[in-house]
Design a protein around this ligand. Structure first.
Ligand code: ADP
Length: 190
């Protein structure tokens, strides 16, 4: 059976992590979030985590080779998966090309890029709200949040065209109740 490999896409605060939880359950997928993987490295105080923390605290992207290496290890560790949800990855064209290379070599390509669309003022509001309870320092400072959104617009948003050229881009309205947004995603998966 072909694998349901999905990219869940969108700016910081679009709700990728929250919606991933529903989709994993519904379709039996493995969740791969580079943000979560990096925070685990920070918590474990590894050398990689130490280097990444400085960049993440500023709202800058971590270098491509680091996140690509983490994703490669995880894909190789889950041959049995019915599919993966990539959350927060790819974030640059180099990452998208590397991911295509890994998955196409297994004849298990990305099936769709589900892009959650949320206006900037709503993103800032959500992230500051999350920062008040999550303890994530990159969610507590509006200047850092706006830098993350700029990084998204400059380096990551162009991936809509990358996946669009492959006929895989699906824009999803990311404003509404959690259940409504899940239903939109499920419909788009088809
Ligand atoms: P959010 O989507 O709210 O920004 P994430 O947990 O996805 O949260 O990412 C947090 C931070 O981790 C990013 O601001 C960035 O510094 C780093 N990061 C996560 N994924 C990547 C990636 N694929 N490439 C580069 N940096 C990443």
């Amino acid at each position: 059976m072909s694998k349901l490999n999905l990219v869940l896409f969108g700016p910081p605060g679009a709700g990728k992590g929250t919606q991933s939880a529903f989709l994993i359950e519904r379709f039996g997928l493995v969740h791969l979030s580079t943000g979560d993987l990096l925070r685990a490295e920070i918590k474990a105080e590894t050398e990689l985590g130490l280097a990444a923390k400085e960049l993440m605290d500023r709202g800058d992207l971590v270098p491509d080779h680091i996140v690509i290496g983490m994703i490669r290890n995880k894909i190789e560790a889950h041959h049995e998966a019915k599919g993966f949800i990539f959350d927060g990855f790819p974030r640059t064209k180099a990452q998208a090309e590397a991911l295509d290379g890994m998955l196409n070599a297994k004849s298990e390509p990305i099936v769709a890029m589900l892009a959650l669309e949320v206006p900037e003022q709503e993103l800032v509001k959500r992230l500051l709200g999350r920062g008040a309870t999550s303890g994530r320092s990159d969610d507590q400072d509006e200047a850092i949040i706006r830098n993350r959104i700029r990084e998204y617009e400059n380096k990551t948003a162009p991936l809509k065209d990358y996946y669009g050229a492959q006929g895989k881009f699906k824009g999803i309205d990311g404003v509404g109740s959690l259940g409504e947004i899940t239903e939109r995603l499920v419909k788009a998966i088809g």
